[in-house]
Design a protein around this ligand. Structure first.
Ligand code: RIB
Ligand code: CA
Length: 309
């Protein structure tokens, strides 16, 4: 058996973030080295609290959490996406105070330290806006080469946007940071709407998850009602997208996706802000995932989630 992948998830939990973190905790393919929090679906303070609570729910109390940026690099702060993820991040579940605390170290410094310590081995999976990753790149000129790979959930090459007609939400919420990351020379895989819009889970899927895993699967089932309701309000009645779980699964199961290697850039222009486009300079290419064996990804997700307590 190959050794598990050393992974840090940068996250704004968030319902699909919760699914991704529970998946990472459940699968033997991953050794979770930490979570870093970021504004987005919720505020940075809520994201830190939710990240700690998710780890406690799955019994990973020793996995560190470092708090990250509370606003984009250049743009003014955005209000959290309460309509998609609920007031506290997990649908209608009330806020819970974690037992543990975040590190004193800010997220970007934690990322730099961990990338040095696990040089060439650490995979970073950002599933929120990319501000912390851009900050880490600024802090350490070697950060881009120290990380083995950045597998990010965000962007869209041919699929159009989900927050504007052009832009995917994570990139839209800090386009300047995203541009910094895509231009960095790091080894990047973009898991965007081109694939995540193909991977859908229904209420019946989440019921089955609860039947297999009453406590934690039951929590995801409860959260998913709110998420599915949001999807229905925007005319999507065939299920919710597994955006963030897809990025984590792409870290360990790249064979389920087909990449296209292209140089990616991000529009910071008002009209098209956050749109991921083909870069016109000579920056290194990003592996943009363009097609997916959606049934296999979904099967993999449900299989590992069924192992949760
Ligand atoms: O566009 C989908 C992404 O935006 C996901 O990461 C979701 O959690 C939100 O942050
Ligand atoms: Ca997210």
């Amino acid at each position: 058996m190959t050794s598990p992948l050393k992974l840090i998830i940068d996250t704004d939990p968030g319902i699909d973030d919760a699914m991704a973190i529970f998946y990472a905790a459940a699968t033997p393919d991953i050794e979770l080295l930490g979570l870093t929090s970021i504004f987005g679906n919720v505020t940075a303070t809520q994201a830190t609290r939710n990240a700690l609570r998710l780890l406690e729910w799955v019994g990973l109390n020793d996995v560190p959490v470092a708090q990250g940026a509370s606003k984009p690099r250049t743009l003014p702060a955005f209000p959290p996406s309460h309509n998609v993820h609920g007031d506290e991040g997990f649908g209608e579940m009330p806020a819970e105070t974690p037992e543990g605390k975040a590190l004193d170290e800010p997220a970007a410094e934690f990322l730099v330290r961990m990338a040095r310590q696990h040089k060439g081995e650490l995979v970073l999976c950002p599933i929120g806006p990319l501000t912390n990753i851009a900050d880490a790149l600024d802090l350490d000129p070697e950060f881009a080469s120290n990380v083995a790979r950045i597998v990010l959930m965000g962007g869209s090459l041919e699929e159009g946007g989900n927050i504007t007609p052009h832009a995917e939400a994570n990139i839209y919420h800090d386009p300047h940071a995203a541009e910094r990351v895509f231009a960095s020379g790091a080894n990047i895989t973009m898991v965007g709407l081109d694939v995540t819009h193909r991977i859908l889970c229904t209420a019946e899927d989440f019921d089955a998850m609860e039947a297999a895993s009453p406590r934690l699967g039951g929590m995801i089932n409860e959260m998913s009602r709110f998420y599915l309701h949001f999807y229905a309000t925007v005319g999507k009645h065939d299920g919710c997208s597994l955006h963030d779980p897809a990025a984590v699964i792409a870290c360990t199961h790249p064979e389920l996706f087909t990449p296209r290697a292209v140089p990616v850039s991000v529009s910071c222009e008002k009209e098209t802000s956050g749109k991921t486009i083909l870069a016109q300079d000579d920056r290194p290419e990003t592996d943009v995932l363009m097609s997916v064996d959606a049934s296999a990804v979904k099967r993999q997700f449900l299989h590992e989630m069924s192992k949760l307590a």
